[in-house]
Design a protein around this ligand. Structure first.
Ligand code: FE2
Length: 264
């Protein structure tokens, strides 16, 4: 089931996928003024798609290329003949079917190729505009979409939780810190997150995440200066490897948090 709920002028779509019997992961898509922000994963196509087809979607705006955000974009483009916007850095990737490791295909499903349109500075629609703010770190093509007039923002995977215990290979904590700081230059209160949903005290939560990551970076760099190896630092801060580390064959691991901080 996809739960459809209106939050002020934003329609929220919430789906859940099961995670190897260890629990569920929530995933959200949002619709404001004809702009569908993210499309959910392919594994939920049969649930998300009818809800999207029932709504006045005029265009799709991707926060980044990951398959849990872009999984239904190709199908939507085909069915509804709507443009799919993405960061210029993601266009080549999106033009190809995604080659995903097994665990990601299992959880999120396939991502089919599509013909994306590059973002400009903003996306204008009938009743306003969403400004495109580049926020790399989680992925290189990550963007947030700000409604300056109404004071809300779509943040994709930039926020998700205030603290983290794992990062994806290629994620950069220093870059995420810069992106969070960039976001805090803007005036917003409500945040629409692709996994946490509606976050009313959005600004406060972004500040919290920034403080957590800065403090974590200080700790890591302090230990690094004392001569501890990445492995030792990881063990001291995060303890034993988590299940996710094994399931993803190391693609998701606390090690990537430590190494990106040291590298940055
Ligand atoms: Fe992501």
């Amino acid at each position: 089931m996809v739960k459809v709920k209106d939050h002020r002028e934003v329609r929220t779509f919430r789906g859940k996928v099961s995670f190897f019997g260890m629990g569920t992961l929530k995933t959200f898509a949002f619709l404001w003024d004809g702009n569908l922000v993210d499309t959910g994963p392919g594994t939920l196509e049969r649930k998300f798609l009818p809800a999207f087809l029932d709504s006045p979607v005029r265009r799709v705006l991707l926060t980044h290329f990951h398959e849990d955000h872009s999984g239904n974009a190709a199908r939507l483009q085909m069915e509804m003949k709507v443009p799919v916007f993405a960061d210029p850095g993601a266009l080549d990737l999106l033009r190809r079917d995604a080659g995903l490791p097994f665990y990601r295909r299992y959880i999120w499903g396939k991502r089919r190729k599509l013909e994306p349109v590059p973002y400009g500075e903003a996306v204008d629609s009938e009743n306003g505009r969403l400004e495109v703010i580049k926020t790399p770190g989680h992925s290189q093509d990550h963007v947030c979409l700000l409604n300056r007039r109404e004071g809300f923002i779509f943040t994709g995977d930039l926020f998700v939780t205030p603290g983290i215990r794992a990062a994806m290979r290629g994620e950069s904590v220093p870059e995420i810190i810069r992106s969070l700081k960039r976001l805090l230059q803007e005036d917003f209160e409500t945040l629409y997150c692709a996994h946490a949903g509606v976050v009313e005290k959005g600004r406060e939560m972004v500040e919290k995440k920034l403080a957590y990551l800065e403090e974590l970076s200080e700790r890591v760099l302090g230990m690094h200066r004392q001569g501890l190896s990445s492995r030792e630092i990881n063990r001291k801060i995060f303890g034993k490897a988590q299940m996710l580390d094994y399931i993803s064959l190391g693609e998701w691991s606390s090690r990537h948090i430590i190494s990106s901080i040291i590298k940055g």
